[in-house]
Design a protein around this ligand. Structure first.
Ligand code: AMP
Length: 420
């Protein structure tokens, strides 16, 4: 299968060629013709599947077909949960529209609104936005949404996790009723289905390869270690292995900051990325990590969501996530586009239940290894075994393992509230 057979125009094929893509990913193969057909789409896909091009390429083609007045109205709105994801989508949109007369921009909170407003004043065809800043500028009368033809909700599950449901409903009320809708989500909880039913019209269901099989490509290893030794272990691994680009996950913002300090103290350049960091600090950290001046990026789950760092060789779970699906999201950042990735998890006694949940989701046991000099000591007394400092875990429905898609709980936002 090649891009030529999907019905895309020459300027778009030229941009794809320039990007170096030769074969459309499964989500692109399924999504592009359906969107070009003007249909609504309900897609199950996460970052790493090529979903951005899956919706961006056909949108560009649909919009490029029509002549526009000099002052362009916003015709496509792409809503995303995080600033990083919004910025990355715009980057992609710009690359794919190199040979088209399409203007696009991005707006998100945490930075001054002036420059964003100036760009909007000049007219854009495609607006990528996080919900808060979008509504803020709309309330100030600085943008109009009454010419929207296509709406994309990207990472809809995260938007709900992050409490954006009300904002999404407000946006839906501001845009024309007659439009094309595309909803992308990695998971399908009851709430996502309810939201999808509320605004999609006879959507075509599109599924990317299930995430769990993406995880197959990644070389995963578990090290059972003592919690107080985790920092020394990770520093040893990075130094001994001479790892130059490592994404490390912690469960909390505080944990991310502490680990980052420790790394810097051990002469490893590191930066932390989480919800308490300013947009400037996040952008700087990500840029440094991408250009190689920052060796270790320590991130919490939501902050890392949507980060697209091609060919990331190492992901380390300094702490396991308490939501098993997040493990799959985390390790999905490595081993992309056919590259080999290594995902290592440092698991202490108190995380045994999290590991069990993850293995149940993956339907397999993960290989374990031993780090010389850091073998795990004897387990602590039983009362210390329970995970601490988290919100209560959801009682699991005992359905014998199962699929990543239907297991996210409605309590996730509560469980996560501490973490990012
Ligand atoms: P996404 O899932 O949209 O975040 O894309 C993940 C990564 O895959 C990005 O770095 C894209 O540039 C890349 N990508 C998207 N489509 C293709 C393709 N057809 N061939 C190779 N790489 C791709």
């Amino acid at each position: 299968m090649s891009f030529d057979s999907l019905g895309l125009s020459d300027p778009i094929l030229k941009a794809i060629n320039k990007k170096g893509y030769t074969t459309p990913s499964p989500i692109q193969q399924k999504c592009i013709p359906v969107v070009l057909d003007g249909k609504d789409v309900l897609a199950s896909a996460q970052t790493g599947t090529g979903k951005t091009a899956g919706f961006t390429l056909p949108i560009l083609q649909l919009l490029a077909g029509e002549q526009q007045p000099h002052k362009r109205p916003i015709r496509a709105l792409i809503l995303t949960p995080t600033r990083e994801l919004a910025a990355q989508i715009l980057e992609n949109v710009n690359e794919y529209s190199t040979f088209l007369k399409i203007k696009s921009t991005v707006i998100f909170g945490g930075v001054k609104q002036g420059p964003q407003v100036n760009t909007l004043r000049n007219g854009v065809d495609i607006l990528v936005a996080t919900p808060g800043r979008l509504l803020d500028l709309h309330n100030q009368g600085l943008l109009s949404l009454n010419k929207i033809e296509i709406l994309v909700l990207d990472e809809a599950d995260r938007m709900l996790d992050m409490g954006f449901l009300r904002d999404i409903k407000k946006v839906l009320a501001l845009i024309p009723e007659k439009r094309q809708n595309l909803l992308f989500s990695a998971t399908f909880s009851k709430d996502i289905k309810k939201l999808a039913n509320s605004f999609l019209n006879n959507p075509v269901l599109v599924e990317a390869t299930p995430e769990n099989s993406t995880a197959e490509k990644v070389n995963q290893k578990i090290y059972h270690v003592d919690k107080p030794k985790k920092r020394a272990i990770i520093i040893k691994m990075i130094k001994d292995g001479n790892w130059q680009q490592v994404l490390v996950f912690t469960r909390t913002k505080h944990g991310a900051n502490n680990l980052c300090k420790k790394m810097i103290g051990a002469d490893i350049t590191a930066a932390a990325i989480h919800g308490n960091k300013t947009q400037g600090a996040r952008t700087k950290a990500l840029k440094g990590f991408k250009d190689g001046s920052v060796r270790v990026l320590v991130a919490t789950d939501i902050a890392a969501r949507g980060l697209d760092i091609p060919l990331l060789p190492h992901v380390v779970n300094f702490e396991l996530p308490n939501i098993p699906e997040d493990y799959v999201h985390r390790i999905g950042r490595t081993g992309r586009a056919g590259a080999n990735g290594i995902a290592i998890s440092l698991v202490s006694h108190d995380e045994a239940a999290y590991l069990r949940d993850i293995e149940k989701l993956l339907k397999k046991q993960l290989p374990t290894g031993v780090i010389e000099g850091f073998e795990q000591g004897s387990p602590p007394p039983p009362e210390e075994k329970k995970p601490q400092n988290h919100s209560p875990r959801k009682p699991r429905n005992n359905n014998g393992g199962g699929n990543w898609k239907n297991k996210r709980s409605n309590n996730n936002s509560k469980r996560r509230s501490n973490a990012n």
